[in-house]
Design a protein around this ligand. Structure first.
Ligand code: DGT
Ligand code: CA
Length: 572
């Protein structure tokens, strides 16, 4: 599927053309084309094969040729040429939140700022405030943007890490010399972001594995190669480490390299208390190894019940394990439906029916189609008339697909004063109402807290979506008083969402656990904008597991008839 690549290339072109101050209409043409290609429900290669590229809105002869070139070569000469006209660092600068092409152009032309390093230096030196339309506040915002940018750079999101690790594991698994293989480190603990990928293997032929690993096609550079441990950089500059151990110490090594470091330290202390020694080769009594092959045996020998990787953060798991009170963590298989997704009715790229078909494949009993509300113009929110039409379409599909319940819902904007973007008369007609903040992120904590509390108090709002607004690498969580908010959520039976989108993962693990302890119910949703996104549920489930949640804490593990959502006015 090259749709995304093509859209990205067109966007890069737009940005360079804007920096160069090109004609508005040319810039807009690429921007439109990027949008249209991105929202195509099907693989663009199928369009190309059937000679139908020109049927896509905004694609004429010229862009058709360019799309064909990208499909066959994976790149575009025109973009490569354009790139030569501007400094390389300038494009990277556009990834700093708050720096658009116009600002970049100004900074480049007036102050000769060519990359992020220079940008940071000039902002610190107070040089940027002298430019037209900029001030001290702009400088502050730029510096904050750079901080976010760096944070986003240092660590991978969970989806990218999962995909990269999966690809390496799959290729290495094919070797007959590989006995056991697992990703370890923060990825195995399913942390929301991952610095590098650690893979552990057991084998009697480590050298052979090192040879193959360091020569895999995704490898760009070999950082270090040894007989049992090597590190490489992928073409996307992601570091992957592979270690090979003997199968007799596989469990011990897996435990050690899964971490976290804090968990490991506590483990070692517990072992010492029992007169044992613990290291990455096993548990030892004197010189004798008494465990090492499996993690289960390792934990048992130290006197603990098995601790799931997601809990290994030294956040109370030892105390719980010793008392045999570890939670029975929720599993992906417990999820019976997805209650937050968009369709082509608002800003989604798949029709409601496509969302239904994919959800049936996933085995769901129910889903909610929750397009945006009228006020959110950029996301094509629905007006009253469109809501009516959409409801009819859902009724039609409910008749056609008897094995899944399709709920008619909306993701309704919580306005800056906490009121909702539809009147109660419209909300009343819906099966499910999700409240969400999409503007006014910078309000003071007390104001945002009040806004969310007011939304919880609305008798139709069943769920608060992505409650802190955090976007990885581009936006901080807004400041909410969760103590206050959770009290009201519990009393009004309003559920809070764990949004599974890798850039969101919001609530995060810590907030989710706090919600559970406050008696607030959780819903895990994908917020899908295309059918494929429905697969991201696993990331939300990972956050829930890291937040110690069990099946009973999460509403969408219930069968349809038992879905205890506030004011679920089910339509037959
Ligand atoms: P990351 O890479 O920052 O996302 O997080 P991790 O947890 O994957 O950290 P990493 O890659 O530095 O190390 C992998 C595991 O190896 C880590 O979770 C625990 C173990 N480890 C590394 N260094 C130490 C150490 O100094 N002491 C102990 N006890 N364990 C360590
Ligand atoms: Ca790591």
């Amino acid at each position: 599927m090259k749709n995304k690549l093509i859209a990205e290339i067109f966007r890069d072109i737009t940005q360079i053309l804007e920096i160069k101050g090109e004609n508005f209409f040319r810039v807009r043409a690429y921007e439109k084309a990027a949008e249209n290609v991105e929202s195509l429900p099907d693989d663009i290669e199928a369009f190309a094969k059937e000679d139908k590229l020109k049927d896509i809105p905004g694609i004429g002869k010229d862009l058709e040729e360019k799309i064909k070139e990208i499909i066959s070569t994976g790149k575009l000469k025109y973009l490569e040429e354009l790139k030569k006209d501007i400094p390389e660092g300038l494009l990277e600068m556009l990834n700093v939140p708050g720096i658009g092409p116009k600002t970049a152009k100004l900074l480049y032309e007036k102050l000769d700022i060519q990359d992020v390093v220079m940008l940071e230096r000039m902002a610190h030196a107070g040089k940027i405030r002298s430019l037209p339309g900029m001030g001290e506040k702009t400088e502050e915002n730029i510096l904050h943007g750079i901080e976010l940018f760096k944070k986003g750079r240092e660590r991978l999101d969970l989806k990218i890490a999962t995909d990269v690790a999966g690809s390496f594991v799959n290729q290495l698994k094919k070797l007959k010399e590989v006995k056991n293989i697992d990703p370890a480190g923060s990825l195995r603990r399913m942390k929301e972001s991952v610095r590098d990928i650690d893979i552990l293997i057991s084998s009697t032929k480590p050298e052979k594995i090192m040879d193959v690993f360091t020569k895999l096609p995704d490898v760009k550079d070999v950082i270090a190669k040894g007989p049992t441990k090597s590190s490489v950089l992928t073409k996307d500059d992601i570091q992957v480490d592979v270690r090979v151990v003997d199968k007799s110490s596989y469990g011990a090594a897996l435990m050690y390299f899964t971490g976290s470091k804090e968990h490991n330290i506590k483990l070692r202390q517990l072992a010492i208390k029992k007169g044992l020694k613990l290291n990455e080769y096993g548990v030892f009594k004197g010189e004798k190894r008494i465990a090492g092959k499996t993690e289960e045996a390792m934990y048992k020998t130290i006197g603990l019940s098995y601790i799931e990787p997601e809990l290994r953060e030294d956040r109370g798991e030892f105390e719980a394990s010793l008392k045999d009170r570890l939670p029975h963590l929720i599993n992906i298989g417990d999820i019976k439906g997805d209650l937050h997704m968009h369709s082509t009715w608002s800003d989604g790229a798949s029709s409601i029916e496509e969302m239904v078909v994919k959800s049936r494949e996933l085995g769901y009993e129910y889903i909610a189609i929750t397009d945006h509300s009228q006020g959110l113009k950029i996301a094509r929110g629905l007006n009253a008339h469109e809501l009516d039409l959409k409801r009819k379409e859902i009724e039609r599909l409910n008749k056609k697909y008897k094995d899944i319940k399709i709920l008619f819902g909306s993701e309704v904007d919580i306005d800056s004063d906490g009121s909702l973007d539809y009147p109660d008369s419209a909300l009343k007609e819906m099966d499910i109402v999700i409240g969400a903040i999409h503007a006014g992120f910078k309000q003071p904590s007390a104001v945002i807290t009040r806004r969310i509390i007011k939304a919880c108090q609305n008798k139709y709002v069943s769920i608060i979506a992505h409650p802190t607004g955090r976007l990885w690498g581009s936006r901080d969580a807004y400041d909410i008083d969760f103590g206050e908010v959770f009290k009201v959520a519990r009393d009004t039976n309003t559920a809070f969402e764990i949004n599974s989108f890798p850039q969101r993962l919001d609530l995060n693990d810590i907030n989710a656990r706090m919600a559970k302890e406050a008696g607030v119910k959780i819903v895990i949703n994908t917020d899908s904008h295309i059918a494929e996104h429905l697969n991201m549920m696993k990331f939300g489930v990972a956050v829930a597991r890291r937040g110690w949640l069990e099946k009973k804490d999460v509403l969408n593990t219930a069968a349809f008839g038992k879905l205890r959502l506030k004011k679920l006015g089910l339509t037959e």
